[in-house]
Write a protein that binds this ligand. Structure first.
Ligand code: NAP
Length: 272
């Protein structure tokens, strides 16, 4: 039995905030799998490769700040991860270490639960790894994205790469679109309780999504609710990106509702 035990891990810096260990460990228990999932904080992406070999890992999740920098150390990446330019998942197989990106699937599923994507316009706040996944997913589904970012140079470069418009973040009140998606960490626990945009102007959007899931209802989502927008939290995205990791590592059909309940319960317990 011992030799069959499988170990998975999350790599990032920091990793303490992540609910991936709670979620993945619960799935392994529920599915009677002899597997464990650990969180490891690493400073350099090369340390991820060392640890994978040292601990004989079967798969791992990658979070801030290694999603892009780890790519050069892998034996291959999927087409979507290559186009996005970031990986959040590594499969350790006989073909070597293969990087994939399941964040975009998470975003698309979370949006689809509340809205259509095809033919609709989307303002994406931010130009980091999650913005890249959002752009890829929205374009793939036939949506029309626009990038807004604090640092114009970075935002412009991203918009050029994905063939869409760019506007500076301070122009947000002049812009209207079907949906606004926050992919910045502003509003996340540990980053303060601010919103990345002012309340005034949110009426210019029908739907507002925040990729943040800690807290579930960020200041942005509270303001958007007051403005009469449909709101989408980062919870469904988080669960779906994790579910797709489970599918890739183990081949099982992930118990999505169960995963969502585990994360909700953990967030509620932490609040009380
Ligand atoms: P990242 O690559 O570091 O990018 C962050 C972006 O946010 C950058 O474009 C940055 O702008 C912008 N930004 C940061 N602080 C800002 C501020 N104070 N005001 C305005 N803009 C600011 O980060 P990431 O990996 O994309 O992650 C972003 C967020 O997504 C995190 O909160 C993460 O937890 C969340 N996330 C959620 C899920 C989920 O499953 N729900 C999955 C992945 C990520 P500059 O270019 O100007 O620096």
């Amino acid at each position: 039995m011992k030799g069959l035990h499988k170990t998975y891990a999350l790599f990032g810096n920091p990793v303490r905030h992540s609910l991936s260990p709670v979620m993945h460990k619960a799935v392994f228990r529920k599915c009677n799998m002899d597997a464990s999932y650990i969180a490891i904080s690493v400073k350099e992406p090369i340390d991820i490769i060392r640890k994978i070999k040292e601990l004989n890992l079967q798969g791992c999740s990658i979070t801030i700040p290694h999603k892009t920098t780890v790519m050069e150390y892998l034996d291959g990446v999927t087409t979507s991860a290559k186009e996005i330019g970031a990986v959040n998942t590594i499969m350790c197989s006989q073909k070597g270490l293969i990087g994939d990106n399941t964040d975009w699937i998470g975003i698309v599923h979370a949006l689809r639960e509340s809205t259509e994507i095809g033919g609709k316009s989307f303002v994406i706040l931010g130009a980091g790894g999650t913005a890249r996944a959002a752009l890829f997913g929205i374009l793939k589904e036939g949506g029309i994205p626009v990038v807004l970012n604090r640092t114009a140079k970075r935002g412009e470069a991203l918009a050029r790469e994905f063939g869409c418009e760019f506007h500076p973040l301070e122009d947000i009140s002049k812009i209207s679109a079907y949906c606004l998606i926050n992919t910045t960490p502003v509003g996340m626990a540990g980053y303060g309780t601010e919103s990345p945009v002012k309340r005034k102007g949110l009426e210019n959007f029908s739907v507002v999504m925040d990729v943040i899931y800690t807290p579930l209802k960020t200041k942005l989502l509270k303001d958007a609710e007051e403005a009469g927008c449909v709101t989408v939290s980062g919870l469904s995205m988080f669960v779906r990106q994790g579910a797709e990791q489970i599918r890739r590592w183990t081949g099982i059909d992930p118990p999505i509702e169960f995963m969502k309940n585990i994360v909700m319960k953990t967030l509620n317990d932490a609040r009380n």
